[in-house]
Design a protein around this ligand. Structure first.
Ligand code: FAE
Length: 547
């Protein structure tokens, strides 16, 4: 891995992506102008990291969904963009010839600055399964706060490097509760379709689903959901399903069928590096500085903003501190990263005009995990694709949407595994702790109880119908629920509260928020399509009016 900067070379191409059906929404395809193939993007040469003392028109903090949308659209509008990313480039194979390690053999590439893995499913048959690893700037950050561990991707591509790729558009009737100040017609007619096209969302071939070994677990999930009267839905994903068919047929290198997901995916998944970021780089106007962490943003004398950046090595230590200036700065460090920066900058006086909504409205998207034990005559399969493709929708009746998740550990477990997204009403707040020099989050583990109750509206019923029980061995000894984590942090710089209705930070013209921190805590489904669509909406307005 290196800390090289990547610069586009101006090559261009255009692609159209197909129509998909979300959970109840028909999504049209649009052109992702300037899109290039991954192969073309790989040819783009690397250059040097941002220089100390540099001046840039636009600086984007973070390379996840919000940051990638902002960079691409600004570049297409002719603006030079500098992206700053604390994680690694993830463009160079390790000693095993692969860029990413798989979930069965986590090594130093797996976790962000930990000496032991912190696996979401950390026990099996009641025994702990985490293992020691060398401390390194790995790809998955399990960031601990007092009542919750927040999982996040680290590297060029942000969460798209580590996530399951489930590209879910919320049902339209739920949208008013997700982003009340946003025009739903515009989102469903224009920005959700644009986001889905740009991300490359597509749905599994149902005929293949019905026959392939690697989705036996999901077919068991479907059968049991339907026997209890719950709607089963196929869910789009950004994985290349044709590639997965080839993996299953033995004609392509295995990836989703080789446990690759949580610590990166080497082949089939269309992370942002292959979609939005590839297109952004191909404009020739976007430069990315990996292993650079923004620590401060403050008004510069004479206009614009002074940005302080630590360049870090693979131990996480600062090697150089750089000070640059930018006319405009986009906060796209993710819900946690942006919230932590903003509460600090407000409290320390660097950005004194930020209002007191900063840090508020943070939620966990109601995430809670559980497993169920099936009978011996209902195996879920020893070969399981790491890519989820379906869910159980009990949002309206019970406040839960459950992803039917794989347990790809290479042998038969007779377990069904679920990540539920629930209508949890609890919201936490980030605040700056001057004594520790860190941001605190006041979430309490007990606040997950509503999520457990909502998830039970699905799984108690299925267990009763099937005569089955919950697994109690996957998250500790005698523990049914994993109620101490989230994959889906949202909020902390809520739209129309900390910012105006398009993400402009109130009190400091030229500063913007464009990531998951804009969304007040819940999206009713997996969040990245909504984050991307909102970013598409906001950047269009900002380009039209501010640049
Ligand atoms: P994000 O993608 O987190 O990007 C923020 C970037 O900023 C990261 O690359 C950071 O390293 C970087 N950064 C942070 N602080 C700084 C700083 N000070 N200086 C420089 N860089 C910084 O933000 N969502 C779905 O919709 N479907 C799924 O299937 C799904 N599965 C998931 C599975 C896992 C294991 C995880 C962890 C998440 C999953 N998610 C899923 C959530 C999704 O990845 C997440 O909502 C988005 O990545 C958030 O996008 P943002 O643009 O807000």
């Amino acid at each position: 891995m290196n800390d090289a900067v990547m610069r586009g070379n101006g090559s261009k191409g255009v692609s159209r992506r197909g129509f998909i059906t979300g959970t109840g929404s028909i999504l049209g395809a649009v052109v992702l102008a300037g899109h290039v193939t991954a192969a073309q993007a790989q040819a783009v040469p690397a250059t040097a990291p941002i220089d100390n003392g540099a001046h840039v028109p636009v600086l984007v903090i973070g390379t996840g969904y919000g940051g990638s949308v902002a960079a691409l659209r600004l570049a297409q509008a002719g603006v030079d963009v500098q992206m700053i990313e604390m994680g690694m480039a993830w463009d160079t194979p390790g000693p095993d010839g692969k860029i990413f390690c798989n979930t069965l053999n986590p090594d130093q590439r797996s976790y962000w600055l930990r000496t032991k893995t912190k696996q979401p499913l950390n026990y099996f048959l009641g025994f702990p399964i985490d293992k020691n690893i060398p401390r390194y700037t790995g790809i998955l950050d399990a960031e601990d706060f007092s009542g919750i561990t927040v999982y996040q991707g680290r590297g060029v591509g942000g969460g798209s490097l580590v996530n399951g790729g489930m590209a879910v558009t919320p049902k339209r009737e739920n949208f008013g509760a997700i982003l009340p100040s946003v025009n739903a017609d515009e989102m469903y007619n224009t920005y959700y379709p644009r986001a889905n096209a740009g991300l490359g969302a597509n749905t599994i071939d149902p005929a293949w689903f019905d026959t392939t070994d690697c989705y036996q677990f999901a077919r068991v999930g479907r059968k049991q959901a339907q026997r209890s009267g719950f709607p089963f839905v196929f869910v789009p994903d950004v994985y290349d399903w044709d590639y997965m068919k080839q993996e299953a047929a033995g004609t392509a290198t295995k990836s989703a069928l080789d446990g690759e997901i949580l610590y990166g995916n080497n082949y089939g998944k269309k992370s942002l590096a292959k979609t939005y970021i590839a297109a952004a780089r191909a404009t020739g106007k976007v430069t990315i500085s990996p292993q650079h962490k923004v620590t401060s943003v403050a008004p510069a004398t004479g206009g614009g903003y002074t940005v302080v950046i630590d360049q870090i090595n693979t131990s996480g230590a600062t090697t150089v501190t750089k000070t640059v200036t930018a006319d405009k700065v986009f906060f796209a460090a993710g819900s946690v990263g942006t919230s932590k920066l903003l509460v600090r900058l407000r409290s320390t006086g660097a950005l004194p005009n930020l209002n007191d909504e900063v840090g508020k409205g943070w939620g966990d998207n109601g995430n809670v995990m559980c497993g169920r034990a099936n009978y011996l005559w209902d195996p879920t399969g020893k070969l399981q694709s790491t890519i989820p493709c379906s869910g159980i929708d009990n949002w309206t009746a019970g406040g839960a949407f459950a992803e039917i998740a794989p347990l790809p550990i290479g042998f038969e477990t007779y377990a069904s595994f679920y990540l539920s997204i629930t209508k949890n009403p609890n919201r936490a707040q980030f605040s700056w702790n001057a004594a520790t020099g860190a941001a605190d989050l006041n979430w309490q583990t007990s606040w997950k109880q509503p999520s457990i109750d909502m998830a039970k509206t699905i799984f108690d019923k299925i267990n009763a119908k099937e005569g089955t029980i919950y697994r109690t061995d996957l998250f500790g000894t005698n523990k049914i629920w994993n109620d101490t984590l989230t994959y889906h942090p949202l909020g902390g710089a809520v739209l129309n509260k900390v910012t105006d209705n398009y993400g402009r930070l109130l009190g400091h013209p030229g500063l913007y928020v464009i990531d998951g921190s804009l969304i007040p805590g819940n999206t009713s489904v997996n969040p990245f399509v909504t984050i991307t669509a909102l970013a598409e909406r906001n950047i269009e307005k900002i380009i039209a009016t501010d640049l």
